[in-house]
Ligand binder design. Structure first.
Ligand SMILES: C[S@@+](CC[C@H](N)C(=O)[O-])C[C@H]1O[C@@H](n2cnc3c(N)ncnc32)[C@H](O)[C@@H]1O
Length: 268
């Protein structure tokens, strides 16, 4: 039926009809690809590139960015604290933000390693391993990292090599049960008799007992005065582990960090 318009104001109220409105809203007319092409041509082209090409390029760019930040880190004088913006850049370029230590912890870690005069053990590995590795090598300190994840251990080794760190030993070793808790199996790894420092950022949170195993398993190797740094102190589990360690060893602890808290204990 043709639309019968009697007066101009009739046209306003009768056009478009509901049928036309429905027709206009039909999904056949929606074209997200065309919209993206028109509104954001760069994103459109990116979407056309297959992952097999995109991912290695992204990874290459990330590695280059990380290498550049590491060069700045290496240039720091011994008495110069790493600036926050550089540490943040390292964290971002490392590309594992939800697992990495953050700038306050990294800063304290670097400053502490510069003052340490004995071997360092690190539980879990990551960006911290590369930064501690560089500082330890510069200071002639032995540095051992325990890592249960084979692929992750390979990545850390590759990054240590790329950073020119040859003195850090990464032990890829599984987690095993110690009864009440699980921790790294150290029965097959060669460790020094005493450590001056322990960096506690592993094993992963879903491990029975979490990070508790460090003190009971390595107790005899934690020298008097040994400093333990434990990350993620905002978590109840890390707080409970720290309190338990203080009870069991007589150590005292201090809390640090405003954005993401961490704790430091000294073995008496
Ligand atoms: C908290 S992470 C250690 C982070 C390290 N201290 C750093 O600052 O980069 C502890 C353990 O989690 C595991 N891990 C690291 N990144 C992971 C990821 N993206 N997904 C799952 N597990 C990861 C590794 O086994 C690592 O030893």
């Amino acid at each position: 039926m043709p639309l019968l318009v009697k007066r101009a104001d009739d046209l306003e109220t009768t056009w478009p009809t509901d049928a036309v409105r429905k027709f206009d809203a039909r999904e056949d007319f929606a074209n997200p690809t065309l919209d993206l092409c028109m509104n954001d041509p760069v994103a459109f082209v990116k979407r056309l590139v297959p992952r097999a090409i995109k991912d290695p390029i992204k990874e290459g760019l990330r590695r280059r960015r990380f290498a550049k930040a590491l060069i700045s880190f290496r240039k720091l004088q011994r008495d110069c604290a790493p600036p926050e913006h550089l540490l943040e850049e390292l964290v971002e370029a490392w590309g594992n933000e939800s697992y990495s230590a953050q700038h306050e912890y990294l800063r304290e870690l670097v400053l502490t390693v510069r003052k340490i005069d004995g071997p360092i053990v690190e539980c879990g590995s990551g960006l911290t391993t590369v930064l501690v590795g560089l500082e330890a090598q510069r200071n002639g300190l032995k540095h051992y990292a325990l890592e249960n994840h084979p692929e992750w251990a390979r990545r850390i080794l590759r990054d240590l090599t790329a950073a020119g760190v040859t003195s850090t030993v990464v032990y890829e070793t599984p987690l095993r049960s110690y009864g009440e808790y699980a921790w790294y199996d150290v029965s097959e790894v060669e460790l020094p008799p005493k450590f001056a420092m322990a960096i506690c950022d592993g094993p992963p949170g879903d491990t029975p007992g979490g990070r508790y195993g460090l003190v009971p398993v390595l107790q005899d190797r934690l020298d008097s005065g040994c400093l333990i740094m434990i990350d993620d102190f905002q978590r109840e589990e890390e707080q409970a582990i720290t309190r338990r360690w203080t009870k069991e060893t007589g150590a005292s602890f201090t809390q640090h960090g405003t954005n993401k808290p961490f704790a430091m204990l000294r073995i008496p």
